[in-house]
Write a protein of this length. Structure first.
Length: 604
């Protein structure tokens, strides 16, 4: 699309249709063979690109989308996970890159990591009976590690000799053990972080015979990198004087590291070699991924609040640089907001003479965070005259281990986040950025749960509520969840609903239905293993019995909407819901966009 082209639809929906492309991974021994995920077909699907021949083709054609895959070291095959119902229950498939023939591998389960070697594949799978790690060859498949709770494959050394895994030890699902196995399943070494910090396995050295592994850890609150040689248990800390979190990956020769520094939702790149750190030119905004290709070229996946996602440094055929209609004047840039220790962003409609309505969009997780990233959802609300607030509440990642673990401090999960949300709400109102009488609380997954909890526990603060794939009834949700999700709940809350019924009830939206005073919209899936349907039905029935206003929008596939059509439908129904219920506070222009009304709250 050129700068002179007309948009075939409203700008807000056109943004959702911008093809998204992930940073490609490459075949270890044939780095011109690439694998990536793209929405060019309208659905997240895996694609393969042979840069030398120019051949580019779509590997998967799953109706609900497919985004989990790996390319073999030779580039001869792509492994991908297929779950037709979107419930994350499925099987691994192998598709040959030359003849495009596909075969199914192993049994049915939930994926728990995969690593491909020249002659072997290491496959992690989880079922109701626990988790296993198997070694697959063309001749046979055998289990080499088993955990009744959780384990996952983290990677394979470049000489196919050592396997990195994580596994749960005891009841501590939030702090897994990092272990190194040989191909027989014997443990070579393991490490476990004491205290609130965690360990994350990174990349093995790309040099064959070099059995060093990058490990991310939290020695003093912030995430840092180290280089571990498991066979002699030597440990080299990557000391850097940087205030935020650090992710590391290897340069091709194994003699340096590329560091991606994250602070307050924004990124900066550095090269680290022999104890020396050098800053690299980095565009403003956030980098979702960055790696150095064996050619020596730096590949970057970049976006900013006012810059749609783009790939920098990758081959021309994969670039997704939307520079024409996506001029910066068409997108709202985020501003930082601070309320005590809580960091947030706000995107405001341009040129509002008075405070506009506002929506608080809460991320999931809870151990995730909002960054200075481009979001079609945020921009759609801004297009409709609504200011958007993004809050990295207690429990969010990206702000150190103490902030992430603070979710468990008094008054505990659920209630502590509501305190942070209320504080940021008060701040943006006092700053004159939003109208307190027209505030919407919304979120997805854990954020959807918090939106429903706020509707019941903070009814005086909100005008509307929107919850996408939420938990509404903890005890019923727990009964129907995946075993791994139950482990997460027990670790976060300190036990199960059976062990702590009052604790869960105090944090369950269904306990506060009678206090709900605002209209609610629930967006739900028929096949969601993380937010099971029965508990949502319980909540909706209780709301209806209490005479509350509730609308339900249902779609077919999974916890995450991989189809652009579903994303558009979800956004459209949310905008429609908000505009209908805000018409008593908002005057609509001819194009349907709201014109801000004068503030009507004593909080101004």
């Amino acid at each position: 699309m050129t700068a002179g082209d007309r948009l075939p639809e409203p700008l807000w929906s056109w943004r959702f249709r911008l093809p998204a492309v992930t940073l490609p991974t490459w075949a270890r021994d044939q780095p011109h063979q690439l694998l990536y995920v793209s929405t060019v077909s309208g659905v997240e699907q895996l694609h393969h690109h042979d840069v030398r021949s120019g051949r580019l083709w779509q590997v998967t054609r799953i109706a609900g989308g497919a985004s989990l895959g790996a390319i073999s070291p030779t580039g001869a095959a792509v492994w991908w996970f297929g779950d037709g119902r979107g419930d994350e229950l499925g099987r691994w498939h192998i598709t040959e890159t030359q003849n495009e023939e596909t075969e199914v591998v192993g049994g049915t389960g939930h994926p728990a990591g995969i690593a491909l070697g020249s002659e072997v594949a290491v496959i992690g799978m989880s079922t109701a009976d626990g988790s296993t790690i198997s070694l697959w060859t063309r001749a046979a498949e055998r289990t080499i590690f088993r955990n009744p709770l959780r384990c996952s494959v983290a990677g394979l050394s470049a000489d196919d000799a050592l396997i990195g895994i994580t596994h749960q030890r005891g009841t501590d699902a939030r702090h897994p053990v990092l272990a190194i196995l040989n191909l027989a399943g014997g443990t070579i070494a393991d490490r476990h972080e004491d205290g609130p910090g965690r360990l994350w396995p990174g990349e093995w050295s790309p040099v064959r015979g070099d059995r060093r592994l990058i490990v991310h850890h939290e020695p003093e609150d912030r995430r840092r990198a180290a280089i571990w040689t498991p066979e002699d248990d030597s440990w080299q800390a990557v000391d850097v004087d940087l205030p935020g979190d650090v992710w590391a990956s290897w340069y091709p020769a194994g003699d340096a590291l590329l560091l991606r520094h994250e602070l307050h939702g924004r990124s900066q790149l550095y090269r680290w070699q022999a104890g020396q750190t050098t800053m690299l030119p980095t565009p403003r905004g956030h980098l979702s991924d960055a790696r150095v290709h064996p050619s020596g070229q730096l590949w970057v996946a970049h976006s900013a609040s006012d810059q749609p996602p783009r790939l920098l440094g990758v081959p021309n055929g994969l670039r997704s640089d939307h520079t024409s209609v996506s001029a910066k004047t068409l997108h709202a840039r985020y501003r930082d907001v601070r309320a005590g220790d809580v960091h947030a962003f706000i995107a405001c409609p341009p040129g509002s003479p008075v405070a506009p309505p506002g929506i608080v969009l809460l991320h999931g997780g809870p151990a995730a965070h909002d960054s200075d990233d481009f979001s079609p959802e945020v921009q759609a609300w801004v297009d409709h005259g609504v200011a958007v607030v993004l809050i990295n509440y207690s429990g969010s990642s990206g702000y150190g281990s103490r902030w992430r673990e603070s979710i468990r401090e008094d008054p505990g999960p659920g209630l502590r986040e509501l305190e942070d949300i209320a504080a940021v709400r008060a701040r943006v109102i006092s700053d004159g950025l939003v109208d307190s009488a027209r505030m919407i609380i919304a979120g997805r997954s854990w954020g959807g749960y918090l939106a429903l909890l706020a509707a019941g526990r903070q009814p005086e603060l909100w005008r509307l509520g929107i919850a996408t794939m939420p938990v509404a009834d903890w005890s019923t949700a727990y009964e129907d969840e995946l075993a791994a999700t139950q482990e997460h709940d027990r670790a976060l809350f300190g036990g199960s609903p059976m062990e702590l019924p009052d604790f869960y009830a105090e944090r369950s939206p269904i306990s506060f239905v009678d206090r709900v005073r605002i209209p609610l919209l629930l967006v739900v899936s028929r096949n969601d293993p993380h937010s099971p349907r029965r508990q949502i039905d319980n909540y909706v029935q209780r709301l209806a019995a209490a005479g509350r206003t509730v609308e339900v929008h249902e779609y077919e596939v999974g916890h995450a909407a991989r189809r652009i059509a579903d994303q558009l439908a979800i956004q459209s129904v949310q905008l429609d819901f908000a505009m209908r219920h805000l018409t008593d506070h908002v005057t609509l222009a001819q194009d349907g966009r709201p014109l801000p009304a004068p503030p009507s709250s004593s909080e101004r």
